[in-house]
Design a protein around this ligand. Structure first.
Ligand SMILES: [Zn+2]
Length: 296
């Protein structure tokens, strides 16, 4: 049973993106640690969190996103699954609350193969949670986790992720498809965002003149990394490239006025990026019960 302070089946927010329906699904939150963050002083992290009126230690959010095309039910990432405590792993409960059972999911679109994004692929016994889903992973991501020499090139805190990735994707190997850039479904395309991991991928939804970009670990702690995009994490495989990619994506979102949503943005995670000198800020999209904001 979940802890009493957890309120599962309370974390979903659905909206139209053209002819697609995209639902933010909250997988949970947890009290994180600045030990995750690299390239910035921890006292400065605390100052930035306090300046954003956030409690310490910082509350970090995990989301997944359901994309319904009318023909296909896709899930972007799978959350933490059963392995990361009672305040996380609520994706399947929240999917159930909107009438989506695990066997309704046709395709899973991965941002990358790190624990908090892939552990929801399997249950405590290591069996597939989504029995009918094809698994889409960036080609570079798969070749990296399958390369026996890769751990030697990866930061020490990520060494356990290789065995975990093999366990999580194991039951899906026979229905695993690799992607690079470009369309994977009508209105859904992969965008390569390497650095945090070699095959780190964002997913762009584009339909009937409406657009939404869902990204993974471009941002882990929004109050810190939007203010200081150079702030990376100890899990970055190539931190310099991760910083470059973060700047490129934030710049693109701000310049194009592109609506974004992030796996680690505060739920319900939809909003816009505003440029503020060398820094950025996040402007949440106004909540509405209307499915389409254009019609509201
Ligand atoms: Zn993450």
């Amino acid at each position: 049973m979940p802890a009493r302070h957890v309120n599962p089946r309370n974390g979903f927010y659905r909206q139209a993106v053209g002819d697609l329906t995209v639902t933010a699904i909250n997988d949970g939150t947890f009290r994180a640690d600045f030990d995750l963050i690299a390239g910035i002083d921890h006292a400065e992290c605390a100052r930035l969190e306090r300046a954003a009126l956030r409690a310490l230690p910082p509350l970090m959010t995990m989301n997944t996103f359901l994309v319904e095309t009318g023909k296909t039910v896709a899930l972007i990432d799978t959350g933490c699954g059963a392995s990361m405590g009672p305040t996380l792993g609520m994706t399947t409960a929240n999917l159930e609350a909107i009438g989506i059972a695990p066997d309704d999911v046709d395709i899973i679109l991965m941002t990358h193969l790190h624990l908090d994004h892939m552990n929801g692929l399997i249950d405590e016994q290591g069996a597939a949670v989504f029995p009918n889903a094809e698994l889409l992973v960036h080609e570079e991501e798969l070749s990296f986790v399958d390369d026996p020499s890769a751990p030697a090139r990866a930061p020490e805190p990520t060494h356990g992720f290789f065995a975990a990735a093999h366990a999580a994707i194991g039951p899906y190997r026979s229905r695993l498809r690799t992607v690079k850039e470009g369309p994977v479904l009508p209105g859904v395309a992969a965008i390569s965002t390497p650095g945090h991991t070699p095959g780190h991928t964002a997913w762009l939804m584009e339909s009937a003149g409406d657009r939404l970009l869902v990204w993974g670990d471009i941002v882990h702690m929004p109050s810190i990394q939007l203010a200081v995009p150079e702030a990376g994490t100890v899990l970055d495989i190539d931190r310099e490239l991760a910083v470059q990619t973060r700047r490129r994506m934030l710049d693109m979102a701000a310049t194009e006025g592109l609506k974004v949503a992030g796996i680690h943005h505060d739920f319900p995670a939809f909003g816009y990026i505003r440029r503020q000198g060398p820094a950025y800020s996040f402007v949440p999209q106004v909540w509405t019960a209307a499915l389409s904001q254009a019609a509201s």
